[in-house]
Design a protein around this ligand. Sequence first.
Ligand SMILES: Cc1ncc(COP(=O)(O)O)c(C=O)c1O
Length: 298
Amino acid sequence: MLQKYDQRNADLIVNIGGELLHRDQARISPFDSLVQGGDGVWEGLRLYDGQIFRLDAHLARLRSSAKALAFSDIPTDAEITEQISQTLEANQMQDGVHIRLTLSRGEKITSGMDPRLNAKGSLLIVLAEHKPPVYDKVGLKLITSSVRRFRPDTLDPNIHHNNLVQSIMAKVQANAAGADDALMLDTLGFVAETNATHVFIVDGGVLRTPTTRACPEGITRDTILNICADNKIACEVGDISLTAVYRADEMFCTGTMGEIAAIGEVDGRIIGDGNCGDVALRLSMLFRDFVAKNGTRV
Ligand SMILES: Cc1ncc(COP(=O)(O)O)c(C=O)c1O
């Protein structure tokens, strides 16, 4: 599932602080807070048939994260939506598009981490790319990383910030092991998520997912929980140990980048029969229907 360069993205127009620029001209300052300290918040969104899936939920999470980091000038939802709309229009985009929305604390007057050095206000970046779901739908291989996910007593994972180094370290381990991604545990040893997605297992016939104690409040995860409630599919939210993973009948991961993808192997153990299980298959179909009905045209 290593992503490849997509020729359709050769002449992308990127929105940097309201300016629409060819990808080769799109730049940010070395004084920007993202460069200086990863001091920004971000969202990954998906455009399906001209509509953004759960736009309001993504804007709410961006705002919540920016507020938690004490950003002083967060653009309104209407302002952000307008910039997304202009970017999609400039790229003539309609479907199969992933949008990376980033809000930086902005440019500093001099190098340093202190937010008081930020005199120019926040910077919004809208990067829309042609990008179909990036995960293989079946048979993903995971290894368990030795890098642990923080809980709120260390750094609250519900702040969706741009410091991705923890995830990148886990991904480096997965790459070295020839796996697709890494399963990450919290500091108590319970499953948190992968380096980029949330996980669900079917254990003894029961669908289960970890709490968001050590992972972000995922919008795809939340959608799956809503779909379960609407369709009377029981889903337990609670602590999951590696033992439960190894004995699971099914396991799948969820996220905007790859939607729902079945996991076939963890640490060399085959999960179920290694293929997509019945629950993941049913939820994938219900998810498709849900997506069609829950988009916002921008
Ligand atoms: C660390 C992490 N886990 C999981 C996810 C998946 O969340 P969502 O379903 O909102 O895309 C993301 C998405 O940004 C993420 O950054």
